[in-house]
Design a protein around this ligand. Structure first.
Ligand code: FE
Length: 206
């Protein structure tokens, strides 16, 4: 499935190479149908964000790890075996009762790949990139996130050198949860900062 939608930015070397390889593999009949789209989908929704979720769950559970994560995120996630391209200068920022962070790349689509996987399409689209800077509260509201008026909203602009990701606030009702259970609560969008994690209400214990 080819993508003909307009790209507002020039393709990076990596993107050009990826497209060239994909075209060649299709031409040779090695790649068929939606294989690449499916791989991208898995990487976008599964593998990538799960890495970030593990790091967040550990930060919630282990104050020393959180300190290291906030001091040098690339090194700290490396302790968990997480590394990779586009991840040399990861910076973790913490959402608190006082401040809500949301990330963007206003120039193109810089994104913390090793922790979040591939960026969702809306992250790369011009409307998000332009609007979240000008009217972050409105954009957040469109994601269902209403930030109280007395809470500061801080928009962080990633670039090739610095790639931010958000440590969301730990939901209430999770005090007894293990790191593994906590990791399952953490979503990609909460680490981009466009959503917050809902509190865990008392459900039937599983
Ligand atoms: Fe960028």
């Amino acid at each position: 499935m080819s993508e003909n939608h307009h790209h507002p930015h020039e393709l990076s070397d990596g993107e050009v190479r990826a497209r060239a390889l994909e075209s060649l593999l299709r031409e040779k009949g090695i790649l068929q149908g939606h294989v690449v789209d499916e791989v991208i989908d898995i990487y976008t929704n599964d593998i990538g964000p799960l890495n970030g979720a593990r790091a967040i769950a550990k930060a919630w559970s282990d104050p020393d790890f959180k300190k290291r994560l906030m001091a040098d995120a690339t090194a700290a996630v490396g302790e968990l075996g997480i590394s990779g391209m586009e991840g040399e200068h990861l910076v973790a920022v913490e959402n608190t009762d006082e401040v809500h962070h949301v990330i963007v790349c206003t120039l193109c689509s810089c994104y913390p790949w090793p922790v979040l996987g591939l960026p969702p399409r809306w992250y790369k689209d011009a409307p998000y990139r332009a609007r979240v800077v000008r009217e972050p509260r409105s954009v957040l509201a469109e994601f269902g996130t209403i930030v109280p008026p007395d809470k500061h909203v801080k928009v962080l602009d990633s670039n090739a050198e610095v790639r931010y990701f958000v440590i969301p606030q730990r939901p209430r009702g999770t005090e007894d949860m293990s790191e593994e259970q906590l990791a399952q609560l953490v979503t990609r969008d909460s680490m981009v900062g466009v959503t917050v994690l809902p509190d865990v209400t008392d459900k039937v214990a599983g």
